[in-house]
Write a protein that binds this ligand. Structure first.
Ligand code: ADP
Ligand code: MG
Length: 295
């Protein structure tokens, strides 16, 4: 997943859980191997390569269902069918360049809300055979959820699973809340705010994570399926929700929608959030106001 994962257990006798922690890391690796577009034979690769309905794992189906839900709720700002567009921009590696308009249009062909659906028999159908799937905006969150499940099943009641700043908590930190730092989108290494939380998922999408500069303009990996270009409304969006897959996809969706429509979506959703607009203005949903601590 291109990041460092840290698991913390704060139950008494945490050392006895080392096998459970190993199993949780293994599970995240298994999820990555199902959902990465770069792993040969992954569900996502087989889906992208095939022109006919494909049977994939129950886990991938579950993620596609959440993706479809957020796609609908966001009016298509989140779309797991933009794999070709993501490949074209090439943020994953090498030396990315701004693609030509014509190439962007071609990569967007067939991309619309509902262009990837799951049939009742559990096969995945692409409206256009040409579509490629990208679960980069949700799979990491799902992998975090799977790790949390393994820890919880083993009886662990105070833990955090942190994948590069995206995380989910189990309980509190043995009596006090977990203190979650939110990275400042324009001052590297500085915190914008802190959230004092127990038992929730916290996921951030930011334009500073994977980006390049060309002609004085910052191009980043959060793409607007309606234009084919990086979304311009936000610097960063943090979502707090019950599980990390949902929070992950919602953070990407709110980012792409921009501060106004994004805040509206957050208010309608079973989630809270913090939005840093392109001009640096910060907005927080009501439910977050009691847990946010400013530096
Ligand atoms: P990360 O935590 O890895 O930085 P994010 O959750 O912020 O990832 O999501 C960014 C990733 O989501 C991109 O790298 C890409 O794979 C995918 N993505 C980008 N734009 C969209 C979009 N509009 N809809 C769905 N997925 C997207
Ligand atoms: Mg995301």
């Amino acid at each position: 997943m291109g990041t460092v994962v840290e698991i913390r257990i704060s139950d008494p006798g945490a050392n006895q859980y080392s096998d459970v922690v190993t199993a949780a890391f293994k599970e995240m690796e298994r999820i990555e191997n199902l959902m990465s577009p770069y792993v040969d034979g992954s569900d996502v690769q087989r889906l992208s390569d095939s022109g006919s309905p494909v049977a994939v794992s129950a886990e991938t189906i579950e993620v596609l269902h959440v993706a479809a839900r957020i796609a609908t709720e966001s009016g298509g700002a989140f779309n797991a069918g933009i794999g070709r567009l993501i490949q074209l921009w090439g943020f994953a590696g090498g030396q990315p360049v701004v693609p030509e308009r014509e190439m962007i249009d071609r990569a967007l062909a067939g991309v619309e809300p509902g262009s990837v659906t799951v049939a009742d028999d559990g096969t995945v159908i692409k409206v256009s055979p040409h579509l490629a799937i990208d679960l980069g905006g949700i799979a990491k969150g799902y992998a975090i959820d799977r790790a949390v499940q393994i820890l919880a099943d083993a009886g662990i009641r105070h833990a955090s699973v942190n994948a590069g700043g995206d995380m989910r908590l189990i309980g509190d930190r043995s009596g006090s809340p977990w203190r979650i730092g939110i990275q400042h989108p324009r001052q590297s290494g500085q915190l914008l705010a802190r959230l004092d939380l127990a038992g929730r998922a916290v996921v951030t999408s930011g334009d500073y994570e994977r980006s390049f500069e060309s002609g004085g303009i910052l191009y980043h990996h959060l793409l607007d399926p309606r234009t084919g270009y990086p979304a311009r409304g936000c610097q960063a969006v943090t979502v707090v929700a019950e599980n990390a897959a949902y929070a992950d996809a919602l953070a990407t969706a709110v980012f792409v929608l921009g501060p106004e429509a994004g805040l509206e979506l957050l208010r309608k959703s079973p989630a809270e959030g913090l939005i840093v607009a392109a001009d640096g203005a910060v907005q927080v949903t009501d439910g977050l106001k009691e847990v946010v601590v400013w530096p």
